[in-house]
Ligand binder design. Sequence first.
Ligand code: NAD
Length: 484
Amino acid sequence: MPEPIETTALYIGGKWVDPHSTQVLEVHSPATGDKVGSVPSADATDVDAAVRAARESFDSGVWRNTPPAQRAAVIRRAADLINERGDEIGALVSAEMGATPGDVATLQQLAGTGCLSAYADAADEYTWEEKRTGLFGETLVVREPVGVVGAIIAWNVPLFLFCNKFGPALAAGCSIVLKPAPETPLNANLLAEIFTEAGVPEGVISIVPGGVETGQALVDHPDVDKITFTGSTAAGRTIAARCGDQLKRCSLELGGKSAAIVLDDADIAASAPMLVFSGILNSGQACVAQTRVLVPRDKQDEVVEAMVAVASTFTPGMPDDPDTKVGPIINAKQHEKVTGYIEKGKAEGATAVLEVPAPEVGTGNFVGPTIFTGVTNDMTIAREEIFGPVISVIAYDTLDEAIAIANDSDYGLAGSVWTADVDKGVEVAKQIRTGTMGINWYAIDPSSPFGGYKKSGIGRENGREGLESYLEHKAILMPMGYTS
Ligand code: NAD
């Protein structure tokens, strides 16, 4: 483990400044427990300083009046710099949240920089102004940045989430204050510095590390025009209520309990590796994890056998071990929650057909891939987000029943259909009340809308729709009889 990164300043408005707060946030490796570093934990006064810097920079026009193509160029430069420093950033993210460096590179760096490029493209292609001929003649419709953005993110894919907040806010011309999760603040400071190096002017970007209180100070600040939140449904509900009280714009990316629907014509051998990966990626700590696998009853044994064979090879272990495919759970509390769900699954009558033993190394926060059969959709393990490498296989008799089971969830974030008939897969996908679906695999496409139905969230990220969620639409009515 390299020397801990002890940071004593806050990155406010693109500069390092002394904090008002005397509280310190320590970061420890989920794998070894070793100290990774520390940062000041921003208090309400620090949040106010960051928001004031954002407000002043926004009102000055230094970024919002920069032409969209130039903003896009800065975002692309930031993506290039992140890729150039990928090993350094990947090692830090891995140390903070425990994923293997390989998983950080694919699930976070590739996905994050892909989003940045897609937002830059969206800004280049977007119709920022348009003339419309309406009832009274000509109207000019202009799109303007929403203002000062407060972003609050989770720890599970921090590099990706950072890019998915900074990208659209900066493409739109907003100023942004980001609160990273208390588990993963160090990479946010590094990434913010990279955006400054890429050309974001002074005042526009700030990082306020901290926990719930820091987040609440950001949500409640009267000079924040929009909150963008990625995290649990429980916290999202509280944040949305506080935003509602202030009539503040708010978009929410929340939890999931997605279904992978295996149709009776699916190529089971070919599907099994991706089916398993889609369920336990990032040690199952993924909002889009397909943790309910719905299978035709007469194919159940065949599917389960193939999945067990694959999942058995997903070795849990230390992130820096090249044989490791499943890193640790983020902390002891979360580990206890995941193992508690496994016990609850057994107690409610499901059968654990696979429980890869956890290695007794480091902090011990490891859970091996676990597959349950005999699960019904009313069981706790089928209804609640476990956030660990636990898959529930649910048998169905008819396609209508499979669709009903998939839809019988509080959540609606992701999902997939596995079939030899792509058209049929699309028809089934259209019947699932969820924001994204994949046919024979699953991924988040940076250029296409991503977000939740039901309790998985409000609003969309990525591509044009993601950019639009950081914009206001203004109509300027021209004089009667006026033609341009
Ligand atoms: P969490 O809700 O506990 O915390 C997320 C962030 O919100 C943290 O920065 C936390 O400090 C802050 N926070 C918590 N309560 C707050 C409050 N009342 N006011 C202001 N800030 C508050 O979630 P977590 O455990 O860090 O992350 C896991 C959750 O995130 C899972 O439910 C997962 O599905 C979800 N997630 C969703 C997406 C998505 O895109 N839909 C992506 C990643 C993670």
